[in-house]
Design a protein around this ligand. Structure first.
Ligand code: G4P
Length: 529
C-alpha cells in the first residue's frame, strides 16, 4: 500500500456540534487527554476562561493567538491521526461555524442528558443533514440523573428526523452511572472510580453480559434492569447499518460523562473505528478521490488579523487529495493564478508550527495577502473546482449608514470584499435613493468585526441600524409570485450580491406559515440555491 492510501485511511477529521454548556470544551480536553496531547488541554481551558470572562470581541481578539491555534487540534490515538475542527460557538457563533462543517468528514453531536436537542445543536445538525455528513451522538453528563435514555433518543429521532443506534448503553445503579454496555463488543464496562476527578483515564472491568461474575460486579438489580433494556433495544431498535451511517440517516449513539471520563474511551475508540476516513469529494468535473496523485484542497475559512499593524490573513485549507508539500507551487482555479504554499502552518500545539507536509483530511494555514477567498480550490493537478461552500441564511440584519456620502464607493467596495471573504453577507433593498445595503450575519459578533474592518481597512466609518428581521430565505419561482408573497407587512424583499431574491421575515412563525402556505408556487431555501 502506498504512503498516500495509508495516510488517508488513518485520518479522522471531525467537528463537535453542540449547544453552549453541553460540555464541548470538557469533552475536547478529555479526547486530548486520551490522545496523549495533555499539553494542549491548557489552551482549550484558556479558551473557556476567555469565553466566561468576556463578551467583548476586542478582548477576544487580544486572545486571538489562542483561538487561532485551537481552531484545529491534531493528535494521534490508537494509530489514527485525529483532526478535531473547532466550531466557534457562544458569542462567536458565526457563519464560520457552519463552514467548518464543510471541511469535516463527520460530526459528533453532543447532548446534555437533561436537555436533549437544543437550538444551536439543531441548526448545526441541519447543516450536516443537508450535506449528508455522518453524525455520531454522545449523550453527556450521565454522572448526574437525566432524562430516561429511551425517551431521550425518541425525542432526538422525532426532533431531527434521524434514527439512533445505541452503541453503548448506560449501566445505572439506581441513579448512579456505573458503567456502559458496549453492544458491538458484548462487554459490560464497569468504571472504577478514580481519585482525581477526571484528570486521568478511567480504568474499567470488562465482562460479557452473560458472564456469571457480572452479578457480583454490578449487583443483581442493576443487572436485571440492564438485561431488560438490552433486550428491548435488540427487539425494538433500528439495526446497525453502515450504509445508513455513511448517509447520515442513522446516528451511532453513546452515553458518557466528559467530566468524570466515564464512557469517553469506549465512545472514542468505537467512533474512530466507525467514522469515515476522507472520502471522494465532488468537483465541477466529477469526484476526486483523496488518493488521487495530484494535491488538491479548498479554503473554508479566512481569519483576518484585526490588528491594523499586521494585515496578513490566514486561509484555512482543507487538504482533499494527494500530498501537500510546503513551498510547492499550485494554482488557484478560480483566479487561474499561481500560488506558492510558503510558510504553511499546522495547529498542532499552543504555538503554530511550521508544517512540511500534510495529507487528505488535514488542515493547514496559509498566509494570504488578500488573493484567496472562501471556497477557492488550490491544486497542482488537472481537476475541477470543489463545489462552492454554500452561503447560510443569516438571522441578524442591519442597515448600513455612513456619515459621509462621498465614501459610498469605498463602502460598496469594502462590503463586497468582506462579503466575499465571508465576514458577513450583503443584501440590497430597493429605496428611493437606489439600492440600500443591508448586512446579514449568523451571529451578531460578525457585525462588530465588520464595522471595525470597514473603518481600518477601507477608511469608512459606518454605523449599523439593527432591523427587526430574524430569518431569511432565498426564494425561487415566478417573479410576480415572489413579489406578492414578499408584499406582506412583516417582511421585505432583498437581493443578494448575485442578484438572487430573498425574503426577510420578522418572525420564524411567519416564515413557517408562509413556507407551508406557498410551497406549491415558490421554493424556499435556507442555503443559497
Ligand atoms: P461547552 O464548551 O459546551 O460550553 O461546555 P463546557 O465543557 O464548558 O461545560 C459546561 C459546564 O458543564 C461546565 O460546568 C462543565 O464542568 C460541565 N460539564 C461538562 N461535562 C460534564 C459532565 O459530564 N457532567 C457534569 N455533571 N458536568 C459536566 P461549569 O460549572 O459551567 O464550569 P466549570 O466551573 O466546571 O468549569
Amino acid at each position: 500500500m502506498s504512503t498516500l492510501s495509508e495516510e488517508v485511511r488513518r485520518r479522522r477529521t471531525f467537528a463537535i456540534i453542540s449547544h453552549p454548556d453541553a460540555g464541548k470544551t470538557t469533552l475536547t480536553e478529555k479526547l486530548l487527554l486520551y490522545g496523549g496531547a495533555v499539553h494542549l488541554a491548557g489552551s482549550v481551558k484558556a479558551r473557556r476562561a476567555q469565553r466566561h470572562a468576556t463578551s467583548d470581541w476586542m478582548k477576544m481578539e487580544q486572545e486571538r493567538g489562542i483561538s487561532v491555534t485551537s481552531s484545529v487540534l491534531q493528535f494521534d490515538y490508537r494509530g489514527f491521526r485525529v483532526n478535531l475542527l473547532d466550531t466557534p460557538g457562544h458569542q462567536d457563533f458565526s457563519e464560520d461555524t457552519y463552514r467548518t462543517l464543510v471541511a469535516a468528514d463527520s460530526a459528533v453531536m453532543l447532548l446534555d442528558n437533561r436537555k436533549g436537542v437544543e437550538e444551536q445543536t439543531r441548526k448545526l445538525f441541519n447543516v450536516c443533514k443537508l450535506r449528508r455528513t455522518p453524525v455520531f451522538t454522545v449523550v453527556n453528563k450521565c454522572d448526574r440523573p437525566g432524562e430516561d435514555p429511551f425517551q431521550l433518543l425518541d425525542d432526538v429521532e422525532a426532533d431531527l428526523g434521524v434514527a439512533c443506534y445505541p452503541v453503548t448503553w448506560p449501566v445505572l445503579d439506581g441513579d448512579r452511572f456505573v458503567g456502559v454496555y458496549d453492544r458491538r463488543r458484548d462487554l459490560v464496562l464497569r468504571f472504577r472510580r478514580g481519585e482525581d476527578h477526571g484528570q486521568s483515564r478511567v480504568e474499567t472491568d470488562a465482562l460479557a453480559l452473560d458472564d456469571p461474575a457480572l452479578e457480583d460486579t454490578i449487583g443483581a438489580a442493576t443487572l436485571e434492569r440492564l438485561r431488560e433494556e438490552v433486550e428491548l433495544l435488540d427487539a425494538a431498535g433500528a439495526p446497525y447499518d453502515e450504509a445508513a451511517v455513511r448517509a447520515g440517516t442513522l446516528s451511532p449513539t453513546f452515553f458518557a460523562s466528559a467530566l468524570t471520563n466515564f464512557g469517553v474511551e469506549p465512545f472514542f475508540r468505537t467512533f474512530l473505528d466507525l467514522a469515515p476516513a476522507p472520502v471522494p469529494r465532488e468537483t465541477t468535473e466529477g469526484e476526486v478521490s483523496p488518493e488521487h496523485d495530484a494535491f488538491s484542497g479548498f479554503v473554508f475559512k479566512i481569519q483576518a488579523n484585526l490588528d491594523p499593524k499586521h494585515r496578513d490573513r490566514i486561509a484555512f485549507l482543507r487538504v482533499c487529495s494527494g500530498r501537500f508539500e510546503a513551498g510547492a507551487d499550485v494554482s488557484n482555479l478560480r483566479s487561474g493564478k499561481p500560488l506558492r504554499l510558503a510558510q504553511p502552518q499546522s495547529f498542532l500545539a499552543r504555538d503554530r508550527q511550521a508544517v512540511e507536509e500534510a495529507w487528505p483530511g488535514d488542515v493547514v494555514g496559509i498566509h494570504d495577502r488578500g488573493s484567496l477567498r472562501i471556497g477557492d480550490t488550490l491544486t497542482d493537478g488537472d481537476i475541477g473546482e470543489y463545489r462552492d461552500i454554500p452561503r447560510f441564511s443569516p438571522e441578524h440584519f442591519a442597515r448600513v449608514r455612513i456619515g459621509d456620502p462621498l465614501r459610498r464607493k469605498h463602502l460598496d467596495t469594502g462590503l463586497r470584499q468582506l462579503s466575499e471573504e465571508g465576514a458577513a453577507q450583503v443584501f440590497y433593498a430597493e429605496s428611493i435613493a437606489g439600492p440600500a445595503p443591508i448586512v446579514g450575519a449568523v451571529g451578531p459578533l460578525q457585525f462588530d468585526v465588520l464595522l471595525h474592518r470597514l473603518e481600518h481597512e477601507y477608511g469608512v466609518s459606518a454605523t449599523l441600524e439593527r432591523l427587526p428581521y430574524v430569518a431569511a430565505r432565498w426564494v425561487t419561482g415566478p417573479t410576480a409570485e415572489i413579489e406578492r408573497v414578499a408584499g406582506g407587512y412583516d417582511r421585505v424583499q432583498v437581493t443578494d450580491s448575485r442578484d438572487r431574491p430573498l425574503i426577510l421575515f420578522q418572525s420564524t412563525w411567519s416564515l413557517q406559515k408562509t413556507e407551508a402556505n406557498e410551497a406549491e408556487v415558490l421554493g424556499f431555501h435556507s442555503v443559497a440555491p
